[in-house]
Each structure stands twice: as C-alpha cells, then as structure tokens.
Design a protein around this ligand. Structure first.
Ligand code: FNR
Length: 204
C-alpha cells in the first residue's frame, strides 16, 4: 500500500514533467559556418544555456548538404530530407551566421535553398525565425543578416526584429574553449530567445 502511494506520487510527478516537456517550444538552430572552431557555432551552443524555461533547442549541422542542383530536387538526398523534417517539426528557427564577402555564406544559402525545394514543399513557410551573427570585424555580420532577411520574405518566414545580435570582434567574446564570456552579448542573446518564445506563442 505504501509503495503504491509512492508509485502514484512518482507517476504524477512524471506526468507533470512530461506536460512541461511536451509544452516546450521546439527550436531548431543551425549555423552558417562549417568550421569546427566557428564562433557562430559557439554562439548557438551558448544559446542552449540561455533559453527561457519553456523552450528547447536542437542544433543541426548543415555539413554534408550537397550543392543544390535543380535536376535532382525531386530525389532529395537523405541529409536534406533529415533537415527538412527537423525544420517541419520545429516551432521556430534560430540561425547564427558569419558574413562572407559582405553577404550570406554560400553553404548556408545552399542549405536553405535545398530545404525550400521542390516548389510547394517549403518547410520554412510560416515559421518564426531569430537571427544572430558573429564576425571578427567591426560590424558583426550585419550585412549577412540583412541579406538573409530578404530571403525570409520569399520563404514566408516571420523574423523578429529586436534585439539585433551582432557579435563584433568575436575573438574577444569567446574563450579558447568556445565559451561565450561577454556579459552584454549574453544579455542580448537571452533577450533574443525570450522574444522568439513570445513571438512564437503569439503566432501559434
Ligand atoms: C570572412 N570574414 C568576414 N567578416 C566580416 O565581418 N565581413 C565579411 O565580409 C567577411 N568576409 C569573409 C569572407 C570569407 C570567405 C571568410 C572565410 C571570412 C571573416 C569572418 O568574420 C571570420 O572568419 C569569422 O570567424 C567567420 O565565422 P565563423 O567561422 O567563426 O563562425
């Protein structure tokens, strides 16, 4: 009898836990850099520690997505299929990208292009999205962000406007283990994630 009661208590706790977990907003994050020591990958990892309570973040590595070729868009490679499924499952999207030659890195644009095809099967459609960038330069990847925002128009995504998380001089903001050590950036990132949660709930 005693054990039974404990069991019931335990099960009810599990039930509450499941409810909380099931009610969490699912965010899919990916970075526009493939390199192992990427500041943008590090920024995404840092987001995991700064999430609002009602949000979970899964990070997807776009490495391995082949170059898009419209001739094969009807026969999607497995990696792209996986990417599309993850996007579809997610309530919202979080992108961290460098700026290459004043614009969006080719690998990121390629991954987005591939996932958005074939026409009429765009899993980004209607998804809220938050954007951040890290650069070793003075503008923190701002130009890549604005170019990407243009792409969101055709994808029919709903980006949040503020705060603009532009991590300038990234080499000063992370330690040698890729941990974010800059408090101002942490505050901005926390606010970005909270705004993404609010925006996503509003649009649901
Ligand atoms: C860069 N970098 C760069 N930075 C910037 O602020 N504006 C730019 O236009 C460019 N252009 C550019 C082109 C190419 C091909 C490379 C490889 C780099 C520098 C860039 O900010 C730096 O390498 C970042 O560290 C790249 O981001 P990850 O890989 O650390 O995430």
């Amino acid at each position: 009898m005693y054990i039974h009661t404990i069991d019931n208590f335990y099960n009810s706790q599990i039930g509450e836990y499941d409810k909380l977990e099931n009610n969490k907003l699912k965010v899919l994050g990916f970075a526009g850099s493939l390199r192992a020591g990427s500041y943008n990958k590090a920024l995404l990892r840092s987001a995991t520690d700064l999430l609002p309570e009602d949000m979970s973040l899964e990070i997807f590595d776009i490495d391995g997505i082949p170059a898009f070729n419209q001739d094969i868009e009807g026969d999607i490679p497995p990696k792209v299929k996986e990417f599309k499924a993850k996007i579809r499952e997610a309530d919202s999207i979080l992108i961290a990208t460098p700026e290459y030659n004043y614009s969006v890195p080719g690998v990121l644009k390629n991954a987005i292009d591939f996932a958005s095809r074939p026409y009429g099967d765009n899993p980004f459609d209607g998804k809220p999205v938050a954007l951040m960038s890290a650069s070793i330069g003075l503008l923190g990847g701002a130009r890549a962000q604005y170019h990407l925002r243009q792409t969101f128009v055709f994808l029919n995504m709903y980006p949040i406007n503020r705060p603009e998380v532009l991590v300038t001089f990234a080499h000063d903001k992370f330690d040698t283990n890729g941990r974010l050590v800059d408090d101002t950036t942490k505050t901005l990132l926390r606010q970005l994630l909270q705004n993404l949660a609010n925006w996503t709930r509003k649009l649901k």
